[in-house]
Ligand binder design. Sequence first.
Ligand SMILES: *Cc1c(COP(=O)(O)O)cnc(C)c1O
Length: 469
Amino acid sequence: MNSENFRKYGYKCVDWIVDYLETVEQYPVRSRVQPGEIRSLIPDQPPSQGESMDTIFSDFQKIILPGMTHWQHPSWFAYFSANNSPPSILAEMLTAGMGAQCMVWETSPSAAELEEQVMEWLRRMLGLPEGMEGVIQDTASTASLVSLLVAREKVTGFKTNAEGLGEQLLVYVSEEAHSSIEKGVKIAGFGRENIRRIPTDDSLAMIPDKLDQAIIADKNSGRKPCCVVATVGTTSSAAIDPLREIGKICHTHGLFLHVDAAYAGTAAILPEKRWIIDGSEYADSFVFNPHKWMLTNFDCSAFFIKDSAALVQTFEIHPEYLKTGVDAVVKNYRDWGIQLGRRFRALKLWFVLRYYGVDGIQNMVREHIHLAELFKDWIEEHPQFELMAPVHLSLVCFRLNGGRDEKALNSLNKELLERINKTGKLLLTHTTLKGKYVLRMAIGARMTRESHVRQAWQIIQDEAGEILG
Ligand SMILES: *Cc1c(COP(=O)(O)O)cnc(C)c1O
């Protein structure tokens, strides 16, 4: 492609993105295609001759777009959001344009040093303890795996890296912990059977006494506790495990404490919500996702660690071909995680933090929390709806309660969810809490306004009315 055409299609793409985000509300939130439909439209063989950009672009609109679910839709209330923003998109374009592979300092000093600095900005914004150092990982799943590996090495005196796992180590989580922890436990060689799932209280938060009892019982029977993963903002209901009490227990027993705050961590930038990470000085590591609720394009996960020397000792490698003359005085992030090759993710974070400023991000988070509180009030005031978990942040768990037995209620709410989502006007997802089928209203898209939440509530009530007759 010559420069003239590159420029032409570059402008065309930018125009398309701007129009898309301006009109995204017109699409059904969830793609309506059937399994296999998109693939059937794509030829069996790759083209042997190059095709024109006009043809490719037109196929993007004709074939690909109908198979997309629209995460930036203002009526996106599913899962947790993965919100983006114009400054983040622009930075991603520049990143792609420079095409740098930022594995070590020398392969792009700006990438390494900007990452160091923006992670320090984030640490200060959240009020995480001084001395914690940050590194960007692709996802919270990877960050938690990294933590489990560091915990494993610390507890075994770095012998597992050398000799393989010689003994069974235990990992403690709440019953509500994210599935990525179990995945990490499997990958890191702990074995799924060595996860202890600690019961939760009425607010679905880990019960510290139960944790303490489990650790003591395991120790008494000669087992080796290794690590506790606390969740700040569980995926099902945004429950907040009490970090301070859990931290004290970890401290007493000499266990590694990792905090998974993938979604909720962003809320700690609000002074009035800082309590969610009270006790973070006990944490050995902490992760939250700017790619969920901080306007930064997927992927960008912010990982913080207290003992960075142990992290590096867990991952470092010194092949001859990667040695550089400055290794002693710089951070080579290849040794701060699993992958060698690294994207320049700090650039989009820098663009976002500078463009919106701390105030701008705080305002967005506050507004989302305010909208969730409004929605919560409507649920509570309605005789046929029921709130299913405390609302601390921007997630509301609720269900329709038509005075039937539990089993009937589960299928009733399943039907309600499918009806709501079929309208295409909004998207919700579900979970189960203590065995009950529950609908989740997760607010976090950048363009969500009160009108969207009101419209969602109207549709939910209309569909419920249809079901109840
Ligand atoms: C979303 C989420 C994750 C997984 O995040 P990824 O970045 O997609 O790996 C982990 N933990 C919690 C609590 C989450 O909400």
